[in-house]
Write a protein that binds this ligand. Structure first.
Ligand SMILES: [Zn+2]
Ligand SMILES: [Zn+2]
Length: 89
């Protein structure tokens, strides 16, 4: 299956947003903090001044790398916290 994706247009930024199944990718990206303008896309990390995303990871919002915290995996770039799956406990 070909999932629609949105990439960040900032220089050197590797951020990418993959739409959840059956959702409109633009609406889902906007809800995740992306800015979609006619002249380019910006990921939440770049918008917050923490971009560009230089290292890919597991972040569901920008595909940035994350650091493990007790509460979950926190993205270096957009600061999204993805809670650990229950199997981790
Ligand atoms: Zn970016
Ligand atoms: Zn992120």
């Amino acid at each position: 299956m070909n999932r629609p994706a949105i990439t960040c247009d900032a220089a050197h930024c590797l951020a990418i947003f993959l739409a959840p199944e059956r959702e409109q990718v633009e609406a889902a990206a906007a809800a995740a903090g992306w800015q979609l303008l006619p002249d380019g896309h910006r990921c939440p990390g770049c918008l917050a001044g923490r971009g560009p995303v230089l290292e890919r990871g597991e972040c569901p919002r920008c595909c940035g790398s994350a650091v493990d915290r007790p509460t979950g995996a926190r993205c270096h770039y957009c600061h999204h916290i993805e809670p650990h799956p229950p199997e981790d406990w």
